[in-house]
Design a protein around this ligand. Structure first.
Ligand SMILES: [Zn+2]
Length: 908
């Protein structure tokens, strides 16, 4: 069936060859798509000439596409990637001659366009010419529309990793790099601006028609298709900063924000300076456009392509006015995107299999560059907190690897939060593990790496240089083994009768979920692990030891001298020590010796809780490690964040049991001495790590219903109701906890409720609602449930719509009995809803899962998540179910209760 019945194709007009676009239902298409998928040995894709026009009124785009290829072998078909766009004209030419085409097939199942030639194409230069049209997407895939308001319209492309096919037929294989010559047609005047990777070279007004202007950009250096960027929108641009090395940096954003972006411009310049020094390679483009757009729900939140960096405008306006934790996140993202931008065409991978390296190198560079720019606060804890620890949390239950070995033809599927966490975090951590072995050498190799520039994808396998980082080790094998293997190693310390210490490894946490048929893979699961460690009597001397390729046990010491493996959690593995060694760590930490750095303390706490959760050790081990915090001397945020995360999990898992009160007592003991010291409430203008640590302590108190904390926050909130004077740092904690506690303050509740109803400012409304849902009373929860389900209010952008109100309410487990009977009926197919609604429903379901101990309900939720193609909900429900089963099967409840009971008796 022709999808363009009656449409005269250009090839048909000028040449007798009949061309018809057909939907792919012919059986041989599948084979052709596979067999004739072009490789870089078959052809070079030399150049794309693209002209695009966006019609904001019709919400569509049209484009003229010319793809210049240099064919190196004989082919009977041309197979291109093609997604949702529509092809209106198509021809293949050699010079001025048209090549006879038998047919062009839109093979939708594989998202390919297959051009069947009437006879085989012989090597030589050809041009594929097409006219395309498509709708501007609502999702950030391909060309998408950001509809901020009537006079603020934006369209931008997001092609990572394989969305270019929705905008034009292309060869989106990482091995191909091409020159792009772009022109964009935008409305004349009206404040519209067009931005692409390169500087504009020429502008023609009233072309191609009246009221339109065409902007021609300079040709790009060879780029992968996914690095290409096109943006048209109502933007103003700042005066460019001129960097010493000759490029300019400017910010484009909505007119009303331009005065709030100067700081970002300066910051990007200094990040560029630091990167330049580090990799000692000259930046090869002449300009950097930093574009701030009002993007909602843009999954990566920002994008760094050669010459263009896009941020969500919320993130980069008035950066220093942000709270400490927000500021750390924004700075990290900025370095990340600038780094992507810099290496976008210098260092690329040759196949999707290595796609993870893009994020890995950028993530690792964030740690290095961040600590050079902000040595007072940007240290390893940022990487540990944002990358390594979240990835290690996800990995034992998320069935994925970095390469997504199931399909090497495609980039990994990152459509879930869990997959993203794992992909970004694990890749960063694996490279950090290698870099930590010999940083000077690693840096040298990275520099070499970068100076390959465009050539690396054609001439060299990405790993060739890395491989010589450590001469005696096969680093390439090592990277592959980390990339292809699920899970990470658990290193176990074994001390035999004569005091010999050896190390063994096995995969962490996978046994219970893995089917036994997979037995054979167990042996290959053993990995090469480089390990840094030190002996406690000489903590400054960091030593190195390796698990070799076969993963055989290794001998560490002939006589036991206490040691700590995984110095600064530099490696991506966990360690289980002997019972005596764990006890020794607990006493070292409690005796306030300076033997262990905070990173090591946090690592011990994290490993111990994870090991207890999976049944390797008793829960008393991690609990006796965290009690050192009560000394009042822990001034670093990392151990606090670590302890908070794990204690909260146990709290949720055992809510409304005997343990609840005991845990509240424990937390009271941990934070008491900090609360007595008034400075904990001083948050404004304090060093970033201090603020984050103090907030972690305050939030820990709030979560565990600490009366002193709640009392204080209530006082702050009452003041706020008189006059908005709360420091920004304290705001979130105040609203999250002020209404908690067994004694319900009815008066405060009523006041907040009426303020919530009257409030027009969406942000304040949100805060009032957040405070309200903390209330610990059945009666008030019933009231809130009614209100949450009330009619949609008329608000700009509907940001506090029904689903968002419900989502915030679901953070209170007392509301869950209302949700249970309701969800499955109400949102039967939430996968079809808008991104925002879907996100809110996902948020609600994850909250329900977090607090549930009902195995049947968890199973149902998992199936529900699966039916809605929501991997996070599906797998998280299964994870919590498995956790609950473990808690039941191994009597964790009883152990934890006994330990807490004894500890509290002995210490009060
Ligand atoms: Zn990235």
């Amino acid at each position: 069936m022709s999808i363009f019945a009656g449409c005269q194709l250009s090839a048909l007009k000028k040449n007798s060859a009949a061309v018809a676009m057909e939907l792919g239902e012919v059986p041989w298409l599948s084979e052709a798509a596979e067999k004739y998928k072009p490789r870089d040995k078959d052809m070079l894709c030399e150049m794309y000439v693209l002209q695009y026009y966006v019609d904001f009124e019709k919400k569509e785009f049209t484009g003229d596409v010319k793809i210049h290829i240099n064919l190196l072998s004989v082919i009977p078909f041309i197979v291109l990637d093609k997604g949702r766009c529509t092809i209106e004209e198509l021809s293949v030419r050699r010079g001025n001659d048209y090549i006879d085409i038998d047919g062009a097939y839109d093979y939708t199942p594989k998202e390919k366009l297959i051009i069947c030639l009437s006879r085989k194409l012989i090597p030589g230069k050809y041009k594929i010419v097409a006219s395309v049209r498509g709708d501007l997407s609502e999702k950030p895939e391909g060309f998408f529309l950001i509809n901020h308001s009537r006079d603020r319209l934006f369209a931008m492309t997001h092609f990572w990793p394989d969305h270019a096919k929705h905008v034009f037929p292309c060869f989106n294989d990482p091995a191909f790099k091409s020159v792009f010559i772009i022109s964009l047609v935008r409305p004349t005047g009206l404040g519209f601006k067009a931005i692409s990777n390169m500087k504009p070279e020429k502008r023609i007004s009233d072309y191609p028609s009246e009221k339109l202007t065409t902007i021609y950009f300079m040709a790009t250096p060879p780029l992968q298709v996914m690095s290409l960027t096109m943006i048209i929108g109502n933007l103003v641009t700042s005066d460019p900063s001129q960097a010493k090395l000759g490029y300019t940096v400017s910010v484009s954003c909505r007119e009303e924000l331009i005065n709030r972006t100067k700081e970002v411009q300066d910051m990007i310049c200094s990040i560029m300076g630091v990167i330049g020094k580090f990799i000692r390679t000259q930046f090869n483009l002449t300009k950097i456009d930093v574009v701030a757009l009002p993007i909602q729900n843009f999954p990566p939140y920002c994008m760094g392509n050669p010459g263009v960096i896009v941020f969500n405008e919320h993130e980069i306006c008035s950066v220093s006015d942000k709270t400490a934790i927000y500021y750390t996140r924004v700075v990290r993202k900025m370095i990340h995107e600038v780094m992507h931008m810099w290496m976008g065409n210098m260092m690329t991978s040759v196949s999707w299999e290595h796609y993870w390296l893009y994020e890995g190198i950028v993530g690792y560079m964030c740690q290095i560059l961040g600590s050079q720019m902000f040595p007072s606060w940007y240290t390893e804890w940022i990487t540990l907190h944002y990358d390594l620890q979240p990835a290690m949390e996800v990995e034992p239950w998320f069935p994925s690897t970095l390469s997504n070995a199931m399909n090497r033809e495609k980039p990994p599927n990152l459509n879930s939060l869990a997959a993203q966490t794992l992909f970004y975090g694990k890749s960063t951590s694996c490279l950090r593990m290698m870099g930590s072995m010999d940083f000077t050498n690693f840096r040298f190799q990275m520099t070499q790496f970068f100076s390959h520039k465009g050539d690396i994808s054609r001439k060299k396998l990405l790993y060739e240089n890395v491989d010589s980082v450590l001469e005696t080790k096969r680093l390439e094998n090592m990277i592959f083994s980390w990339q292809d293997t699920e899970s990470f190693p658990l290193v176990t310390v074994v001390v035999n009768g004569t005091g010999k210490v050896s190390l063994e490894q096995k995969p962490f946490g996978r046994k219970s979920t893995h089917k036994t048929e997979d037995q054979t893979s167990t042996s290959s699961n053993l990995m090469m692990i480089p390990m840094l460690y030190f002996e406690l009597e000489d903590p400054k001397r960091i030593k190195t030891i390796w698990f070799e390729e076969e993963g055989h046990p290794i001998l560490l010491q002939t006589v036991l001298r206490p040691f700590k493996l995984n110095w600064h959690q530099s490696g991506y593995y966990r360690v289980n020590y002997t019972k005596d060694m764990w006890a020794h760590f607990a006493s070292v930490m409690n005796e306030e010796e300076k033997t262990l750095d905070t990173e090591d303390k946090a690592n011990l706490i994290d490993d111990a809780f994870a090991l207890a959760e999976y049944g390797h050790i008793h829960h008393g081990v991690p609990l006796s490690l965290v009690v050192y915090l009560r000394s009042g001397n822990e001034t670093h945020p990392l151990p606090w964040m670590m302890a908070t995360k794990h204690l909260e999990r146990i709290y949720h898992r055992t809510l409304n049991t005997q343990i609840t009160y005991l845990l509240e007592m424990l937390v009271k003991m941990l934070i008491q001495s900090y609360l007595e010291n008034e400075s904990i409430w001083t948050l404004a203008k304090q060093p970033i790590p201090d603020v984050i640590r103090k907030l972690a302590i305050i939030n820990l108190g709030g979560t565990f219903l600490n009366e002193d904390v709640i009392e204080r926050l209530k006082y702050v909130l009452n003041n706020f109701l008189e006059e908005d004077t709360i420091s920004m740092e304290l705001k979130k904690a105040t609203f999250a906890h002020a209404l908690k506690g067994e004694e319900v303050d009815d008066e405060l509740f009523e006041t907040l409720l009426s303020r919530f109803k009257e409030e027009n400012n969406i942000f304040k409304k949100w805060m009032f609602w957040t405070a309200l849902v903390g209330v610990q009373s059945e009666q008030h929860i019933a009231t809130l449930w009614e209100i949450a389900n009330g009619p949609e209010e008329e608000e700009d952008g509907g940001r506090l719509n029904q689903l968002l109100r419900l989502r915030i309410l679901s953070t209170n487990p007392m509301s869950h009995s209302y949700f249970w009977p309701y969800i499955m009926d109400k949102w039967t197919t939430y996968c079809r809803l808008s991104n925002q609604d879907r996100d809110n429903i996902k948020g609600i379901l994850l909250n329900l899962i977090e607090f549930s101990r009902n195995l049947e309900f968890l199973q149902q939720l998992s199936e529900y998540g699966e039916a809605n193609e929501d991997l996070d909900v599906q797998l998280y429900a299964l994870k919590v179910k498995a956790d609950c089963e473990r808690w039941n099967a191994h009597n964790y409840m009883q152990f934890v209760e006994e330990w807490l009971h004894l500890f509290i008796m002995n210490n009060t």
